[in-house]
Design a protein around this ligand. Structure first.
Ligand code: ATP
Ligand code: MG
Length: 836
């Protein structure tokens, strides 16, 4: 499985992977670790990431950005409607009522759902991870803002599915940062020490998130979170843009907002200016040439003025800090460190305010841009069986309290109760018990709508089906498991009916409860017993949620009308189907269609890339050959051929800008083949001439070496006196023949014109070298017969008989590695993550 973390940012994304060496943030095809959250649609393909961002001015209507904010939102949502007026691209309503994006793609007007657009971005990030890991990627962990509601989270999960990803966990951004910090920090408290409290602040482009975490040995527990979705880098950009729109309106009489292209350029320049102001407090210029109506605009600003303009925004910094301190009832002295991440945390006025609030220096242990992705990759490594990560556990919190409501028996109307209070540990499951005679519906909702940055408090409705009364006619016991899962999403995960099989006096009751293993479970009881018990139920229902299984059983006993000794019962549990009705949830048919369409678009992008590559190959060949024909190749072509070829190259260049501008891939392939037919022979003659001297030199060296050995043999050299005379004579002849062959070829070639094909090819010379080696080497390298080997102690690494080298020993031209050395095979070990 792959171990990958994706930081799906509002403005930019990061990809981190786990490898044997640890966690690594990986670069995209532009060698950049940051991939802009942009998708651009063209007449033939899509561009995603950096390639899309580069089209934000030239193709502004079809280049989409800042779309993270539309996940899980109705098109009619007032937030969407107000954001729409600031966008240069169009939004549209999807058939389901959710938000879609309207663009021209493949020369047609198309509306893509927000899940599809994020799916496209994830496709790109997935490819980045795949090229870094050199294997397919599916399993991953993806980040979302901690303030995302269920509908927004489910929408991101759908986007992951469209991109063919298996998201093991949607991780809150600040939680990912906490994990990255916990694993890399050396100074975690020792077992005997108090837990250490660290505050994390992530100020990104779209929002401001604060969380408080208690570190206790390897256990990381988030205690509380707070946020402000209206305080992010983009809000500072908006203030700057509005300021300059007003100024240019007065100074140059320009209505900037009426021209999308000008507005996009102003946003880019304002963001640059904002970043410069973080590092510099003096006056800084803002100049844009040919801004609108051929007018150049210029202005300037300094940090002091900027801070004055943003006073309202800066005043919002304290709110979430105060909120987490109040929620946790901690004092400022309890805080061990305040770690800040996110691009906009670099704004000096923000840092000052946070630091002043806590009365301490801020800590910047982590890479402010990459921490979220790294935390996600770490979480993925923890979930993966392929990695060993030092024992670490992290518990998150429920950001908004969740209640359930349901219809009680007809007369009593609605009942409701809070199942997960704010800051309750997550993931977490609870079991609720109902007594019912018929199917019933549970509605889950956020019970503090004022806290929500989202217009609807409803999470969803869950119909518990197939509920029937007991054989006796009494209400059946229905156990319902509700949970906030690893993605931070609420669900009714299962329901079961406890059927009473038979009543047998004195028999022990059969245990049918199965404790779910994957998550902590707290067992609850809710008794919807009917009219006579209802007032009592309402009064203690909130207490019941704190009780254990045993207590719950006790409560139940107390709640029953007094009876004589009850007979023991045997029961059977029947799983009940649940019908989910969730807001903005894509149906499986629609999701499958999106998956299929994404596949088609990936294929279309691939084909377009191949077509472009084929075109570029023609262009490159034309330029390359044109230079060389008057350079290195000049000597290897006669004048007439050179003129014809030059003309052909020139024609092709013109064709590329005219008829050849937009052709099928095969047309370019054929064009290149046509050019190569003329260019290749010239190029080959050049290559032959380049390589020929060395080939002759190698052959000559080999001939000389054998000649020396033959001479030594003839001079009765002791080293060769064991060789067979007849064989040596044969070697002698071979070597002489080779010498004659070489001299004759060299002479012929020297008098051959370079514009003609060579008399002898490099390959033939190499073959001749090999031939004399195979004919001569076995004869001359025959080992001397052994004469009484002296009894010596074996030395390690000493020469092995028959392998000792003599100076004149020819070496096989085929073999690059000395014989007998084999590379050690790598041990097949699990990669261990070095977390220190
Ligand atoms: P989000 O977390 O909201 O989804 P994101 O992860 O894409 O968004 P970041 O990359 O953390 O956001 O931050 C981007 C923001 O930080 C942009 O508004 C950018 O202009 C701002 N930023 C980056 N560097 C600086 C700087 N030096 N000074 C001021 N602002 C900066
Ligand atoms: Mg971010």
């Amino acid at each position: 499985m792959s171990v990958v973390g994706f930081d799906l940012g509002f403005q930019s994304c990061y990809v981190a992977v786990a490898r044997a060496g640890g966690i690594e943030t990986v670069a995209n095809e532009y060698s950049d670790r940051c991939t802009p959250s942009f998708v651009s649609f063209g007449p033939r393909n899509r561009s995603i990431g950096a390639a899309a961002k580069s089209q934000v001015v030239t193709n502004c209507k079809n280049t989409v950005q800042s779309f993270k904010q539309f996940h899980g939102r109705a098109f009619s949502d007032s937030y969407v409607q107000s954001a729409k007026s600031n966008l240069v691209y169009d939004l549209a309503q999807m058939p389901s009522g959710s938000t879609g994006i309207k663009v021209m793609y493949m020369e047609e007007e198309r509306v893509f759902s927000i899940e599809q657009v994020t799916g496209m971005l994830l496709t790109k990030l997935k490819e980045t991870a795949e090229s870094a890991l050199k294997k397919p990627v599916a399993d991953c962990v993806i980040s979302v803002p901690s303030y995302f509601t269920d509908a927004e989270r489910r929408s991101v999960m759908d986007a992951a599915q469209i991109a063919g990803l298996n998201c093991l966990r949607l991780m809150n951004e600040t939680t990912a940062v906490t994990l990255a910090y916990g694993i890399y920090k050396q100074d975690l408290p020792a077992p005997e020490e108090k837990p250490r409290i660290v505050v994390f602040v992530d100020l990104g482009h779209s929002g401001y998130q604060v969380s408080v975490c208690a570190f206790n040995k390897g256990k990381l527990k988030i205690l509380a979170t707070a946020f402000d979705s209206e305080l992010g880098g983009k809000d500072f950009d908006d203030i700057l843009v509005n300021h300059f729109c007003e100024e240019f309106g007065k100074k140059y009489k320009l209505d900037v907002k009426s021209k999308p292209r000008a507005l996009v350029r102003l946003y880019q320049e304002c963001e640059k200016l904002k970043k410069l102001m973080s590092a510099n407090s003096s006056d800084l210029p803002l100049n844009i040439e040919c801004f609108m109506n051929d007018i150049d605009v210029s202005s300037k600003l300094n940090r002091g003025q900027f801070e004055e303009m943003c006073a309202g925004l800066l005043a919002k910094v304290e709110g979430p800090l105060r909120s987490v301190m109040e929620q946790t009832k901690l004092k400022k002295e309890d805080i061990y460190a305040v770690e800040i991440v996110g691009g906009a945390s670099r704004i000096p006025a923000i840092k000052e305010r946070i630091s002043k609030f806590f009365g301490k220096e801020l800590s910047t242990t982590l890479n402010a841009d990459e921490a979220v992705a790294r935390g996600c990759a770490l979480q993925c490594a923890i979930l993966s069986p392929a990695f060993k990560v030092r024992e670490f556990s992290i518990t998150d919190v429920v950001p908004y309290s969740i209640s359930l409501k349901w219809n009680s028996a007809a007369e009593e109307g609605l009942s409701d109760c809070e199942v997960f209070p704010k800051n309750h540990a997550a993931p977490f499951s609870k079991v609720l018990t109902f007594y019912r005679k018929e199917p019933f519906t549970l509605e889950a909702y956020y019970n503090s709508p004022k806290e929500l940055p989202y217009p609807s408090a409803t999470i969803g409705r869950f119909l518990i089906q197939n509920v029937v009364p007991q054989a006796s006619g009494e209400s059946a016991k229905v156990k319902v498991k509700v949970r906030v899962n690893v993605h931070g999403v609420f669900s009714v995960s299962s329901a079961s009916l406890v059927e009473v099989l038979k009543t047998a006096e004195g028999e022990e009751p059969m245990e049918t409860d199965q404790t779910p293993k994957e998550e902590e479970v707290c067992v609850l009881c809710v008794y919807a017993l009917g009219q006579q018990y209802l007032p009592r139920l309402k009064s203690f229902s909130s207490l019941l949620f704190q009780t254990t299984t045993e207590d719950a059983k006790q409560e139940k006993k107390n709640d029953q009308p007094p009876q004589a000794k009850k007979p023991k019962v045997k029961t059977k549990t029947v799983e009940l189907p649940i019908e989910n009705n969730l807001d903005w949830q894509l149906s499986s048919e629609v999701l499958n269609m999106f998956v299929e369409n994404e596949g088609k678009m990936i294929m279309q992008d691939k084909l377009e890339k191949e077509r472009n590559d084929a075109k570029n190959n023609v262009e490159e060949y034309v330029y390359d050959m044109r230079d060389k024909l008057h350079g290195v190749l000049e000597k290897f072509v006669n004048e007439a051929d050179r003129d014809t070829f030059s003309l052909k190259l020139e024609d092709t260049e013109n064709w590329l800008y005219e008829d050849g501008e937009d052709q099928q891939k095969q047309v370019y392939i054929d064009k290149l083949a046509e050019l190569k037919k003329m260019g290749q022979p010239i190029h080959e003659r050049y290559m032959e001439a380049e390589e020929r001297p060395k080939a002759f030199e190698d052959l000559g060296r080999q001939i000389q070496m054998y000649m020396k050995i033959i001479e030594a043999y003839k001079a009765k050299d002791e080293q060769y006196d064991h060789l067979d005379e007849l064989e040596v004579t044969r070697v002698d002849k071979h070597v002489n023949d080779a010498m004659v062959w070489m001299n004759s070829k060299m002479n012929q070639q020297n008098s051959q014109d370079l514009t003609l094909d060579p008399v002898v090819k490099v390959e033939e010379i190499k073959a001749k070298t090999k031939e004399i080696y195979s004919a001569c080497n076995p004869v001359v390298s025959k080992p001397k017969p052994k004469v009484e080997p002296p009894k010596e102690e074996k030395t390690e690494n000493g020469p092995v008989n028959g392998q000792e080298g003599t100076e004149n020993q020819p070496c096989n031209p085929d073999k690059a590695m000395p014989a007998g050395t084999e590379q050690e095979t790598a041990e097949n070990k699990l990669p261990e993550m070095d977390i220190d």
